[in-house]
Design a protein around this ligand. Structure first.
Ligand code: HEC
Length: 149
C-alpha cells in the first residue's frame, strides 16, 4: 500500500522588483576625452567599432573627443591650441607638407593612418601616444585631416 502524499512544494518565486529599475549612470556626453561607447553615437555614424561610414565630420568631432586638441593647433576646431605636436593646418596637402611624423614618412593618407594607429611604432619615443583608435575612427580622422589644406 502506497500512501499518497500530496507534497506541495512551495513554489519559489523570484520576485523581481519592478520598482527597482535604476539605470546605471551614463556619461552625458562623450566630448572631453575618454573611451566613447558605441551606443552614444548616432545610428549610422562610424564609431568605436569601425562600422558605418567614415566622414570628415566625424573625424573633426574625434579630434576633440580623443584629445588631439591638447597637442595640436587645428584651424576651425575650437580649443585645438596644443603646441606639443606640430600644427596640423596644411597636413592634408602634400605640396605644403611633403613628409610627416618627423620626416619619417611621405605625406599620404595611408601613411597618415599608419601614424595615427601607432605613433611610437613609427617613431620610438614620440610624445604622441597610441590612442587605441578603432578602424572607423582612423578612417574618419584621415578623412578630416585630408581636408586641412
Ligand atoms: C600628447 C600629445 C599628442 C597627442 C594627444 C596627439 N598628438 Fe599628434 N603629434 C604629437 C607630436 C609630438 C607629433 C610630432 C611627431 C614627433 O616628432 O614625435 C605629432 C604628429 C602628428 C601628426 C603628423 C604631423 C606631421 O607633420 O608630422 C599628425 C597627423 C597627428 N599628430 C595627428 C594627431 C591626431 C589626429 C591626434 C588625436 C587622435 C593626435 N595627433 C594626438 C603629439 C600628440
Amino acid at each position: 500500500m502506497n500512501s499518497r502524499f500530496f507534497a506541495i512544494a512551495g513554489t519559489a518565486v523570484a520576485l523581481l522588483s519592478a520598482a527597482c529599475t535604476q539605470n546605471a549612470p551614463v556619461p552625458a556626453t562623450p566630448v572631453g576625452g575618454g573611451p566613447v561607447a558605441n551606443a552614444t553615437l548616432p545610428a549610422g555614424v562610424g564609431g568605436a567599432t569601425g562600422g558605418g561610414p567614415a566622414t570628415p565630420e566625424r573625424g573633426k568631432a574625434l579630434v576633440t573627443e580623443k584629445g588631439c586638441v591638447a597637442c595640436h593647433i587645428i584651424k576651425d576646431v575650437p580649443g585645438a591650441v596644443g603646441t606639443i605636436g606640430p600644427a596640423l593646418d596644411g597636413v592634408g596637402d602634400p605640396a605644403k607638407r611633403a613628409k610627416i611624423a618627423d620626416n619619417r614618412m611621405d605625406n599620404t593618407p595611408a601613411n597618415m593612418r599608419r601614424w595615427l594607429q601607432n605613433p611610437p611604432a613609427i617613431k620610438p619615443g614620440t610624445q604622441m601616444p597610441n590612442l587605441g583608435l578603432a578602424a572607423g575612427e582612423l578612417d574618419s580622422l584621415v578623412a578630416f585631416l585630408s581636408t586641412l589644406k
